[in-house]
Design a protein around this ligand. Structure first.
Ligand SMILES: [Zn+2]
Length: 134
């Protein structure tokens, strides 16, 4: 039974299925699923589906043939993750946006554009504001 299923899904040239097709666990190592690519920090890039894995499954409700699409790792591109330098630059930019131009301290929040300084400098210390409000 197992061998017959394997034979059914063994079509590396794609004669039967249109694209190269392999039984579960029989695909060549350079063909990876999206999830597998992701674990390597890769994305398919511009390539379309290069091959598929077919297997019989009873999961997800009715029994049937399942397919997993494969991409060629040789055409894959690195995922667009920010580099350490980009992250550092972002950090710096955010820190700059939190820094008060008046007292020069990190306010802990982004300085409101309308004040251009931290709220303590713009409106006075918080307790004083409370008193003013009262
Ligand atoms: Zn300030």
């Amino acid at each position: 039974m197992a061998t017959r299923i394997r034979a059914r899904f063994w079509d590396p040239t794609g004669d039967r299925y249109g694209i190269p097709t392999y039984p579960w666990r029989m695909a060549p190592p350079h063909l990876l699923t999206l999830r597998q690519l992701a674990t390597h920090g890769l994305r398919p890039g511009g390539q379309g589906v290069q091959a598929q894995i077919l297997w019989c499954s009873r999961r997800h409700g009715a029994p049937g043939t399942r397919a997993a699409y494969l991409y060629d790792v040789r055409f894959a591109l690195p995922k667009r993750v920010p580099t350490a330098a980009q992250l550092a630059a972002l950090d710096k930019a955010n820190a700059a946006r939190r820094r008060c131009s008046e007292c020069g301290t990190d306010a802990g929040y982004v300085i409101p554009r309308c004040y251009g300084m931290c709220l303590d400098c713009a409106l006075g210390p918080a307790p004083a504001r409370m008193e003013e409000a009262a």
